[in-house]
Design a protein around this ligand. Structure first.
Ligand SMILES: *[C@@H]1O[C@H](CO)[C@@H](O)[C@H](O)[C@H]1NC(C)=O
Ligand SMILES: *[C@@H]1O[C@H](CO)[C@@H](O)[C@H](O)[C@H]1NC(C)=O
Ligand SMILES: *[C@@H]1O[C@H](CO)[C@@H](O)[C@H](O)[C@H]1NC(C)=O
Ligand SMILES: *[C@@H]1O[C@H](CO)[C@@H](O)[C@H](O)[C@H]1NC(C)=O
Ligand SMILES: *[C@@H]1O[C@H](CO)[C@@H](O)[C@H](O)[C@H]1NC(C)=O
Ligand SMILES: *[C@@H]1O[C@H](CO)[C@@H](O)[C@H](O)[C@H]1NC(C)=O
Ligand SMILES: *[C@@H]1O[C@H](CO)[C@@H](O)[C@H](O)[C@H]1NC(C)=O
Ligand SMILES: *[C@@H]1O[C@H](CO)[C@@H](O)[C@H](O)[C@H]1NC(C)=O
Length: 260
């Protein structure tokens, strides 16, 4: 309804519409800046992205709440369920995000123990990845008599040299102090039990798929709008160059009603 109306035979209603346009401008100025703001790409190092992500120059209305990105020293980061990740790659066509845990970037002993969990409403696991569990603070060697590859030591609960070991799957700590599971690329190679190789593998990260369906956004984009999220309804909305928002697409000038 905010499209420009041209008519060869002006009628009083056209003047009313034109008047309404001018009256609406101040009250909807913020929507206009959302069009501008959400047209900004998030650019950080090698990462460049738009919807459904927000952060930096993109206000929260430009993306879904869980997908906030930050840029620090050309490194894109995000936090998912209290765990800080480095964002290594975003594959828009597959809705895939490759991320690596920040706390494991310097070794296998994170300052705090947190599992890599993902809200199933927001993320799906990606085929080709499997969980690996790090078990910390084992007072006794876990399985007596069987030599365990992948043993390491960490300072845990203020005590140096606590034993830790690696186990497949998403496991609990058993008799040990705590455990952390992290997805890693699925591999049947025993190399994964080599702690040095494992540290490298963790730096390469793992993939998760965001579930958000942006089909509505493509329509919005085709109508020269930019997609965003209405923070009251949590639905996608289209911010338009003419300052309107709230519907799925922007009105195209050629599609205006003829009031004559
Ligand atoms: C890791 O384990 C968690 C909890 O059991 C599960 O929800 C998730 O799908 C697993 N991830 C992978 C990549 O298998
Ligand atoms: C952590 O250490 C404190 C004192 O150093 C001890 O009282 C506590 O039991 C330890 N916690 C665990 C779970 O081992
Ligand atoms: C990680 O998940 C396992 C299995 O659900 C749980 O036993 C363990 O306590 C969790 N670790 C942390 C740090 O929450
Ligand atoms: C682990 O792998 C690294 C490099 O791939 C190698 O230098 C090292 O000797 C291996 N360690 C063990 C215990 O196999
Ligand atoms: C939106 O449309 C523009 C051209 O108008 C295009 O450059 C851009 O890649 C599109 N964005 C998405 C997410 O499809
Ligand atoms: C929604 O966004 C507007 C501005 O973008 C903000 O003023 C308002 O507090 C937000 N409301 C909620 C519930 O987040
Ligand atoms: C919208 O999303 C936020 C954050 O995920 C949530 O707290 C809120 O309850 C949601 N609102 C609706 C109406 O679904
Ligand atoms: C501006 O946005 C708000 C909510 O984001 C919406 O209620 C309002 O209708 C929009 N204004 C116009 C002119 O579309």
């Amino acid at each position: 309804m905010n499209c420009l109306v041209f008519s060869l035979s002006p009628s009083p209603s056209v003047f009313v519409i034109v008047l309404l346009l001018f009256v609406q401008v101040p009250s909807s100025a913020s929507n206009s800046s959302l069009f501008t703001d959400c047209s900004n790409q998030f650019v950080c190092g090698d990462i460049s992205t738009g919807f459904p992500f927000w952060g930096a120059g993109r206000p929260s209305a430009c993306g879904i709440p869980e997908l906030e990105l930050k840029c620090e020293n050309d490194i894109a980061r995000m936090s998912i369920n209290q765990v800080a990740y480095r964002v290594l790659e975003i594959k828009h066509e597959f809705k895939i995000l490759r991320i690596a845990r920040e706390d494991y970037s310097a070794g296998l002993c994170p300052p705090q123990l947190e599992n890599s969990t993902f809200n199933p409403k927001v993320f799906d696991p990606v085929i080709g990845y499997t969980n690996l569990t790090f078990i910390y603070g084992c007072v006794v060697t876990p399985i007596v008599g069987i030599p365990l590859p992948g043993l390491f030591t960490c300072k845990i609960n203020d005590t140096d040299g606590q034993n830790g070991y690696i186990q497949g799957g998403a496991a609990g700590p058993g008799d040990c102090y705590g455990s952390v599971f992290v997805p890693v690329p699925f591999t049947n190679s025993p190399l994964i039990w080599n702690v040095t190789d494992l540290e490298e593998l963790l730096k390469e990260g793992f993939e998760v798929r965001w579930k958000f369906d942006s089909a509505a956004c493509e329509e919005c984009n085709r109508s020269s709008g930019v997609c965003g999220i209405n923070n009251v309804t949590n639905q996608t909305t289209c911010y338009c160059p003419d300052q309107s928002s709230g519907s799925k697409t922007c009105a195209l000038p050629g599609m205006c009603l003829n009031f004559s």
